[in-house]
Design a binder for this molecule. Structure first.
Ligand code: ADP
Length: 163
């Protein structure tokens, strides 16, 4: 039996922290569906199509990674795909607070859902999409934090392609 999990998030943009969770997740699961959330309350810099395109480029050589997007509730998407295991990453106590609410809400909506957490590797503990956006917007380098594809796309967004 193939073990598949959904790795859901905003990925606005994907960082090396996300990539690390997905790559490590592949040691546990046979297949991962990386699902980009379309309707988040967050103000996204990238459209869902752009986020899907970046993730597709990053994982183009991984046959066992599928990139998809979903609108609405994660439980609805899980049901549609008949996959009830969700993989998420944890960085800090702050993440824990937020994620424990997410688990309870999702479990209330659908008790079949199981959300599995992987602790971040130390060097990614500080990495979050919002910090990356700020660094690149001020002309900094994303080296060691984001995939070159993501850096190029971010620089295009901020119009500072020459740095
Ligand atoms: P969301 O808006 O759903 O929180 P994110 O794209 O911010 O989506 O994050 C998706 C998942 O990836 C979350 O579980 C988040 O905790 C995890 N994540 C984000 N950055 C890192 C990181 N640097 N290390 C480990 N996990 C991370």
């Amino acid at each position: 039996m193939t073990k598949t999990a959904i790795c859901a998030g905003s990925f606005d943009p994907p960082t090396d922290g996300h990539i690390n969770i997905i790559e490590r997740g592949l040691k546990i699961f046979d297949k991962l569906i990386v699902a980009v959330a379309v309707n988040t309350s967050k103000n996204s810099i990238f459209t869902s199509e752009e986020r899907v395109a970046m993730l597709s480029e990053i994982f183009k050589n991984h046959k066992n990674v599928e990139i998809d997007s979903f609108a609405g509730l994660l439980v609805g998407y899980a049901k549609k795909r008949s996959i009830y295991t969700i993989l998420r990453g944890l960085r800090s106590a702050g993440d824990y607070e937020y994620e424990s609410q997410l688990v309870l809400a999702n479990k209330t909506l659908d008790p079949e859902i199981e959300i599995i957490y992987m602790m971040t590797e130390g060097k990614y503990a500080h990495l979050r999409s919002s910090v990356i956006k700020e660094i690149i917007s001020f002309g900094g380098s994303g080296c060691g934090m984001i995939h070159p594809t993501v850096e190029t796309k971010l620089k295009e967004k901020f119009g500072n392609k020459k740095i």
